[in-house]
Write a protein that binds this ligand. Structure first.
Ligand code: BJW
Length: 348
């Protein structure tokens, strides 16, 4: 039984924590009345704000945080995104982030990322706030000055030592250190439930970790599945600070309880406070995490009409008013469609 699960957990360029992210999302027909009123408003909108969440990258194959896809090796993804989790088990948290760095590098931006990037080129006062750390908007050539990374980036790292200010941007080395390489399937026996002694488990793990010929030939294993053994990694094997040579490096993302980057927040606040906002796009986010979520209400208080794009009616329709729009479905499909009156046909 374990053998079957392990075999089905070979990574197949369709990354997901638990294999639950549908590759192709449904296309719901947009009611004509909504399409017309949104198009009319979009065409006359100059100051536009977007808040993006994990749902924007879902059709690129990356999992969301909440719900079935947000489980990694039986841990809720949100429980690993905390300073406490890192302090308790830095190796486990690094394995989670190393896996996600690898998945993000394997994934490609989808038409939703490209549509937002094109809108930014067409509307200089369009600002995107993304909670995503996967780098897909940047890889869709979203103009950097119009993109704010609220929760940092998987590809930034910084030192955990209090007195050390070492940080590094855009480190795309994968794996960041050899010990964090994703194990590959091997022709060695995979552990079975009959493996009372742990001998098979040790052999298959050793083969995968040591990169011998058999394992080189195999495919990467989906270590998000708790049934796949992962190596124990000592603190010395984790990314080390090259400056102070004392501290561990950590991912440059914003964990729960941590402040969002000050410069980013002040740039966003400056934009919001400058004058009225015409349109607020809320894309693929449960909008439950603060302070990101508060920008929806701030934009509304500055006169914005709100358009929500979400696969989930419950998440999407929360707090909507009669002036707002709800577009139900995949952001990767809906965004190029509803923005086409301004951006044109980006598939052409
Ligand atoms: C699709 C789709 C498709 C799927 N198409 N849609 C009580 C009240 C208010 C606040 C708090 C409170 N208790 C605690 C707080 C504060 C806390 C917070 O907000 N907690 C809430 C859970 C209540 N916030 C913080 O701690 C923040 N910091 C802070 O407040 O600091 C204060 C401070 C000030 C000064 C000094 C010190 C401190 C920090 C928050 C950081 C969040 N970090 C994470 C991890 C980032 C790194 C990483 O990626 O690992 O950010 S947690 C996680 O949630 C991640 C995400 O960016 C974020 C938001 O999730 P998102 O993107 O919305 O994903 P999901 O899964 O929730 O939703 C996906 C949506 O997509 C769903 O709706 C789907 O339906 C939809 N969807 N497929 C369209 N194809």
């Amino acid at each position: 039984m374990l053998l079957g699960r392990a075999a089905s957990s070979i990574i197949n360029h369709k990354p997901s924590y638990q294999g639950t992210v549908p590759a192709i999302m449904t296309l719901n027909k947009i009611p004509t009345k909504d399409r017309e009123s949104f198009t009319e408003h979009l065409k006359h909108s100059t100051r536009i704000l977007a808040l993006c969440g994990a749902g924007l990258s879902a059709s690129s194959g990356l999992p969301t945080f909440r719900g079935a896809g947000g489980i990694w090796r039986n841990h809720e993804a949100t429980s690993l995104a905390t300073p406490e989790a890192f302090e308790a088990d830095p190796a486990l948290v690094w394995q989670f982030y190393s896996y996600r760095r690898h998945m993000a590098l394997t994934a490609n931006p989808n038409p939703g990322h490209f549509a937002l990037a094109e809108l930014a080129r067409k509307r200089s006062q369009f600002v995107t706030l993304t909670q995503n750390v996967d780098g897909l908007s940047q890889r869709a050539s979203h103009p950097a000055s119009q993109l704010h990374l609220l929760h940092g980036s998987l590809f930034d790292v910084r030192c955990t030592e209090f007195y050390c200010d070492y940080s590094e941007r855009d480190n795309f080395t994968d794996p960041i250190v050899p010990a964090l390489a994703i194990p590959k399937g091997s022709s060695q026996p995979l552990p079975s439930i009959a493996d009372n002694t742990g001998e098979e488990a040790s052999k298959s793990l050793a083969a995968a970790m040591q990169g011998n010929k058999a394992s080189q030939e195999g495919k990467e294993l989906d270590i998000s599945d708790a049934g796949i053994p992962i190596p124990r990694i000592s603190p010395e094997e984790l990314p080390q600070c090259p400056k102070c040579q004392k501290g561990l490096l950590r991912p440059g993302v914003v964990w729960f309880g941590e402040a969002l980057p000050v410069k980013t927040m002040s740039a966003v606040d400056k934009f919001v406070e400058k004058s009225d906002i015409d349109l607020m796009l809320v894309i693929g986010t449960s909008a439950m995490v603060w302070p990101a979520a508060r920008y929806v209400e701030e934009a509304r208080s500055r006169g914005a009409r709100v358009a929500v794009i979400n696969m989930d009616k419950q998440d999407g329709k929360r707090n909507l008013t009669k002036r707002d729009w709800f577009f139900h479905g995949d952001a990767g499909t809906i965004l190029p469609d509803i923005l086409s009156p301004v951006i044109g046909d980006i598939s052409a």
